[in-house]
Design a binder for this molecule. Structure first.
Ligand SMILES: Nc1ncnc2c1ncn2[C@@H]1O[C@H](COP(=O)(O)OP(=O)(O)OP(=O)(O)O)[C@@H](O)[C@H]1O
Ligand SMILES: [Mg+2]
Length: 353
């Protein structure tokens, strides 16, 4: 499988190809439905648009789709549209004829030709300039393109997979992305969830990465403790699976989970005090623990939505009014949100005495 790649910095490529399917898709409801959608498109060659935050696995999914599709004997050609400047990208994509520009000493096929009967993966498609968007649109419409400096039209049969972490609707409204191209690339659209939306997959992925990394680094770092998994499950994972992979790599090398982002304090370790008569008020403790957990979740949702309370309410599947009530109850505000809720002064001090 020929691969043209302009990857970002990070860990060296893993040996042994793609992770197994159960790792790629995991067990979360969101990924199970993506898996079902993907199964249905494998037999076709329709364009696919993969959207998702950085590190959610867009590139990996594109590779997976190619490797399981009827086009897998052909090449998987990855082009990072953000990494190559516009003028150069045109010649890289479509190729050129000898003499078509100063440095064109020979003729050269482009990525589109290389992807004939294979898959062309246009990563970071939102960064494609408008001139090139028009050319890609033509390719999608009828499969025809020309090398620079060549009058002859050529045809490429290729599946085009595009990926982006930007909101293409916003790009269209801002005049940076062609609506007609959007319709063409968006025949099948896959939205990869952030890792925090599929927390049930974190333990599975972490164990997989650790096994891989132990092999790669020739280490024998023991598997994660329950506490480790709990700590991993609570994080925000702004960098998604890539960040998890790096945290696990650090763990494999250093043997600890120390990161710049401390894990939230476990609610069981909260400073409950025994009441004066020596009994342990279990009901109150449980109530407070639930309140703390709820406060943490609300705080996360607010931060993730930049303190837009309507969006946060939607993310939490509660009404706007209920969220406002809970924010007041937990004493949350953007100013004090740096503190975890359990570190704030509890309102109901009497119940903790
Ligand atoms: N489901 C998965 N199972 C195992 N590893 C994964 C999975 N998804 C992603 N990864 C790994 O996480 C890292 C990031 O994945 P990938 O580069 O595909 O994400 P991306 O969405 O394309 O990110 P970016 O937007 O930054 O380009 C890679 O090392 C990839 O192998
Ligand atoms: Mg990518």
């Amino acid at each position: 499988m020929a691969v043209s790649d302009h990857t970002k910095g990070g860990l060296p490529p893993r040996a042994g190809g793609l992770p197994p399917e159960e790792i790629i898709f995991g067990r979360s409801a969101a990924m199970i439905s993506i898996r079902q959608k993907v199964q249905k498109v494998l037999a076709t060659d329709v364009p696919i648009l993969i959207q998702g935050e950085n590190g959610t696995g867009k590139g990996l999914l594109a590779q997976y789709i190619h490797s399981r599709s009827a086009l897998s004997p052909g090449a998987f050609v990855k082009v990072n549209c953000a990494a190559i400047p516009g003028a150069l990208l045109e010649s890289e994509l479509f190729g050129y004829e000898k003499g078509s520009f100063t440095d064109a000493n020979t003729s050269k096929p482009g990525y589109v030709e290389m992807a004939h009967r294979g898959t062309l993966f246009l990563d970071e498609i939102a960064d494609l300039d408008l001139n090139l968007q028009a050319k890609v649109l033509q390719l999608l419409q009828d499969g025809y393109f020309s090398r620079i400096g060549d009058k002859q039209e050529r045809r490429a049969e290729t599946r085009i997979i595009c990926a982006t972490n930007r909101d293409l609707q916003t790009e269209i409204e801002a005049g940076r992305f062609r609506q007609d191209l959007f319709y063409r690339i968006n025949v099948i659209s896959i939205n990869l969830p952030g890792l925090r939306e599929r927390r049930e997959d974190i333990a599975l992925l972490a164990a997989y990465f650790l096994k891989q990394l132990n092999t790669r680094f020739e280490r024998d770092t023991p598997t994660f403790s329950e506490e480790n998994i709990e700590s991993l499950s609570c994080r925000e994972w702004r960098g998604n699976i890539r960040e998890l992979e790096h945290v696990v790599a650090r763990y494999a090398i250093l043997g600890s989970l120390d990161t710049a982002e401390p894990a939230p304090r476990r609610s069981s370790a909260a400073p409950f005090r025994v009441v004066l008569d020596g009994t342990i008020p279990l009901k109150r403790i449980a109530k407070q623990a639930v309140r703390e957990m709820e406060g943490n979740l609300i705080l996360n949702a607010l931060r993730e939505n930049k303190w837009n309370r309507r969006k946060a309410a939607l993310a939490l599947s509660i009404s706007y009014r209920a969220l406002i009530y809970k924010i007041r109850e937990a004493g949350l505000s953007p100013k004090n949100s740096r503190k975890a809720p359990q570190e704030q002064v509890p309102r109901d001090k009497a119940s903790l005495a």
